[in-house]
Design a protein around this ligand. Structure first.
Ligand code: NAD
Length: 354
């Protein structure tokens, strides 16, 4: 790949192949650690961002969402879907792409695949949250739901939180076997379990990352002992939750952006005024995170636009000087800005077809 032409209107495009190349170039654990730091830095300046709950278009079988935000200099958005029935058809449950744009000109400055990047940023955010909320010395994590996100979650908790053992469970044993195979050689001790109950034995952190468009009960109240940290990823849509309501009443609940989480997260099961803490306030030292060893902490993750913004900005910096992008001619930018039509006319083939 040649360096970007100077023309302002060329937009670097990071394809799926580019993203995979970049992850291997940086190293996945290094990238998860760097992404967690990038996201944490933006949580520290949370008030600087425009915030709005994502714009969701629901159907009976899934959801398509737009997730915008801006820090006044850069604007970003992600397009993402969630279709739990897709895997049965050989398709991803979640796919995504995203854009960064310059607030001063309004011109896009990055277009990137975000299916892989979403898995990376979700795992990095979870691990960053757990660093503030999980019990000290946590070494074992239960990983319930062994689909597309699961290896990323396991590796982020290893790299960022020092987890050394993961206990896997999925209703589909082939998913557990695949996850275990993919984590072989990662340095994690991987235990395949036959039930959720078996998976949580001895775990100080429980991650739930299942996909089902219903009020599911992945964890019942009696499964959750004092002192654990729950990282609940899969409940992220109206009518789609993973935890029994009674757990929520025993837990200290931490969320990304309450107006979005109240509609999409586990807390949709609670009264709208049930007390929750915004994670950014914990990161900024304004609110306590874990305050005692017996406390149950819950990160009710739904995924918020600022995490995608941080991830896209990380990619925009990381691709500089690498071959992992293609300049896209996607903005019409005539030399005389009012002569859009003239530019079109000059591009007309002559009689000889040239
Ligand atoms: P996936 O379809 O690839 O994997 C989901 C897995 O859950 C499957 O292997 C399935 O067999 C398993 N499962 C379903 N019901 C189960 C049950 N009752 N017990 C145990 N396992 C069960 O999906 P994915 O891409 O890994 O995403 C997982 C979930 O995370 C989805 O619901 C997705 O919407 C959500 N998600 C959340 C965020 C966030 O930021 N919070 C980001 C990405 C994805």
């Amino acid at each position: 790949m040649s360096p970007l032409p100077s023309k302002l209107a060329y937009v670097p495009f990071v394809s799926v192949a580019d993203m995979m190349g970049l992850v291997h170039h940086i190293g996945i654990e290094e990238m998860l650690t760097d992404l967690a730091a990038e996201i944490e830095a933006d949580f520290l300046r949370w008030p600087a961002f425009d915030k709005t709950p994502r714009v969701a278009s629901h159907s009976a079988i899934g959801v398509i969402e737009l997730m915008p935000t801006s820090d006044g200099e850069t604007y970003g958005f992600k397009y993402v879907n969630g279709h739990p029935k897709n895997t049965a058809e050989g398709l991803q449950t979640v796919t995504a792409f995203g854009v960064l744009a310059d607030v001063v000109t309004g011109y896009p400055k990055l277009l990137s695949e975000m299916t892989i990047l979403t898995a990376l940023r979700t795992a990095a955010t979870s691990a960053m949250a757990a660093r503030h909320l999980a019990p000290e010395g946590a070494r074992t994590m239960a990983m319930i739901g062994n689909g597309a996100q699961s290896e990323f979650q396991c590796l982020a908790f290893k790299a960022v939180c020092g987890i050394d053992t993961v206990r896997l469970y999925d209703i589909d044993p082939t998913a557990t076997a695949r996850c275990a195979r993919n984590l072989a050689g990662s340095g994690l001790t991987v235990v395949q379990c036959r039930s959720g109950q078996e998976a949580i034995e001895g775990a100080q952190i429980i991650t739930t990352c299942t996909a089902d468009k219903q009020y599911a009960t992945i964890l019942t109240d009696n499964m959750v002992g004092a002192g654990v940290h729950i990282n609940a990823i899969g409940g992220d849509c109206p009518g789609k939750t993973e935890l029994h309501r009674d757990i929520l009443h025993r837990a200290s609940i931490f969320v990304e952006y309450p107006p979005q989480t109240r509609v999409e997260g586990e807390i949709q099961q609670l009264d709208p005024d049930h007390a929750v803490t915004e994670l950014w306030q914990v990161v900024a030292g304004q609110m306590p995170g874990r305050s005692d060893a017996r406390q149950i902490t819950l990160f009710d993750s739904v995924g918020f636009a600022i995490e995608d913004f941080s991830a896209l900005r990380f990619i925009a910096k990381a691709i500089v000087g690498t071959p992992f992008f293609t300049p896209l001619d996607m903005i019409a930018d005539p030399d005389d800005p009012r002569d859009l039509f003239g530019m079109l006319q000059r591009a007309k083939p002559d009689a000889a077809g040239n």
